[in-house]
Design a protein around this ligand. Structure first.
Ligand SMILES: Cc1cc2nc3c(=O)[nH]c(=O)nc-3n(C[C@H](O)[C@H](O)[C@H](O)COP(=O)(O)OP(=O)(O)OC[C@H]3O[C@@H](n4cnc5c(N)ncnc54)[C@H](O)[C@@H]3O)c2cc1C
Length: 481
């Protein structure tokens, strides 16, 4: 094994490529880049490098490859899985894409937008809106997360039901490979059957195969109307039936169908300064429904009422508040979107981001809740998320009278294993949209077949033979896989 270059040699080389302004080394400056969003993972890096062009990324990567220096690609650092920060060995260079934040082109005829990878999701959405188009990815971290990070995690969010996840929204990408070569498919083609569709290797790879530096994204027509309701449902099973009805009645108009449990609502209302609930009474289960379409407001509202009336008639719906203004709709959405931060502030939540087929989601919730409550009956069952995709954030939260530290020390591992195991048994996934990072890496040994793991490693070795790209993330230890 050859020795790594000294910190001085490394820094000189990086400064020669990106300039002194593009390198951070002081602990106080690097801290936000080596600590993850939830402040669970704290790593070290000799230098955080901020390139401002693909050519600079390429030169940085080529130098690191030649000298055996590991690299950690980083976007907005909003990963919930510890995937965007280095380990504590202090050897890996963090390559942060924040300076590559230009929207390069919008083609309204082709309905595409070409961006650098460091454009934040909110900036991409705003640029699309300026051109009277929609870029539909919608997630709670949109002000900080970047398109490169969204692609690398195959981000999902609240509009997947209608528009798909990030993999469905990309037509081309540009990637710098571990040895510095640039692979580009920035062409914006909807049809291109010329062999392997290589871009998809990098989508969801969490920075383990290369650094995404640019992308061509799909744009959609802006909806002319939206209708939003906050609905109390009789049970998760009733919610699934209501979803089926809503899709049947409205066709493609169901954009979001988000489940919210009573403990999730109580937590977020308290976090929002004891904000009032949209509904008069307490209910165990609620859904936030959003319809959007190119039709006019009146006919979309009529469709929503038809769905709710059918739900009431069938006993699936118990109560409902229909947004009568944009401000109402924003209030409903704020409640949904702040649940994640409300948990972070409270501390002591066991985050499981599972998916199962929609037909099995209600059964899964019932079984998993009962088993968790049998272990610690006062646990607050914060369960919410994208029920329309069969994906819920199943996040048991510490009882009010227990400290986060004690609760997590006792239950984090057994409860995560229990919930993941139940999801797996229902043909589900242990990570629906947050990825694997370091948090779930070793669990893959249990939930992926040996053949899947072998294939993952074969792809990894083919593209990153020196194992320098975000090492120790996603793929479980090499051993004899
Ligand atoms: C409040 C909140 C709400 C969230 N809601 C959702 C949600 O609804 N749905 C959802 O899917 N996620 C959600 N997330 C998780 C997170 O925001 C997403 O995973 C997001 O896509 C990460 O983007 P990022 O730019 O912050 O990436 P980072 O956190 O910086 O990186 C994530 C991973 O991608 C790699 N990476 C980053 N940029 C690049 C690049 N240019 N090239 C190669 N690899 C790269 C990193 O190495 C890392 O492994 C939420 C997070 C928060 C904090």
């Amino acid at each position: 094994m050859t020795a790594l270059p000294s910190p001085e040699i490394l820094l000189n080389a990086m400064q020669a490529i990106v300039g002194a302004n593009g390198c951070l080394t002081a602990d106080a400056d690097t801290e936000p880049y080596v600590t993850d969003y939830r402040k669970i993972y704290h790593g070290k890096s000799p230098v955080v490098v901020m390139p401002s062009s693909t050519e600079q990324v390429s030169q940085v990567m080529a130098w690191c490859y030649e000298h055996g220096v590991p690299v950690v690609p980083q976007g907005g650092n909003t990963s919930l899985m510890g995937g965007a920060v280095p380990d504590d060995s202090g050897t890996a260079v963090v390559i942060n894409l924040g300076k590559m934040n230009r929207v390069m082109a919008i083609d309204p005829v082709n309905d595409t937008m070409t961006v650098q990878a460091g454009v934040t999701l909110s900036a991409a959405r705003a640029a699309a809106e300026d051109s009277k188009r929609l870029f539909p990815l919608r997630i709670g971290s949109e002000g900080s997360c970047q398109i490169g990070g969204n692609l690398s995690t195959n981000a999902g969010g609240t509009a997947v039901l209608r528009y798909g996840n990030m993999r469905d929204l990309v037509l081309g990408i540009e990637v710098v490979l571990p040895d510095g070569r640039i692979f580009s498919s920035l062409r914006g083609l909807r049809k291109d059957n010329t062999g392997y569709d290589l871009k998809h290797l990098f989508v969801g790879a969490e920075g383990t195969l290369g650094i995404i530096t640019g992308a061509v994204l799909k744009l959609m027509p802006q909806p002319r109307a939206s209708a939003v309701a906050f609905v109390a449902v009789e049970s998760p099973e009733a919610a699934v039936k209501l979803l089926g009805e809503a899709r049947q009645v409205s066709g493609q108009a169901v954009t979001a169908f988000e489940l919210i449990s009573a403990p999730a609502l109580e937590l977020v209302l308290e976090y929002l300064g004891n904000a009032p609930s949209p509904l008069a009474d307490r209910h165990d289960w609620m859904v936030l429904i959003e319809l959007t379409s190119g039709a006019d407001e009146d006919s979309l509202n009529a469709t929503l009422m038809e769905i709710l009336e059918a739900g009431l008639g069938n006993g699936w719906v118990v109560d409902a508040a229909v947004a009568s203004s944009l401000s109402d709709a924003q209030t409903f959405w704020r409640i949904r979107e702040e649940i994640s931060d409300a948990q972070t502030r409270t501390g002591g939540s066991i985050k499981c981001d599972i998916s199962v087929p929609v037909s099995r989601i209600a059964g899964f919730i019932g079984k998993a809740s009962a088993e968790v409550l049998a272990l610690e009956p006062a646990t607050r069952m914060v369960i919410y998320g994208h029920m329309g995709d069969g994906n819920v954030h199943f996040n048991p939260l510490r009882p009010k009278d227990r400290s986060a530290k004690d609760f997590l020390a006792q239950w984090y591992k057994p409860v995560s294993d229990l919930v993941d195991g139940l999801a797996h048994a229902e043909n589900g996934s242990i990570s629906a949209e947050h990825g694997i990072g370091v948090a779930k890496r070793d669990d893959l040994n249990r939930y992926k077949s040996p053949v899947e793991l072998q294939l993952m490693w074969q792809v990894k070795r083919a593209l990153d033979p020196k194992n320098l790209m975000n090492p120790g993330r996603v793929l479980p230890q090499l051993e004899d896989k």
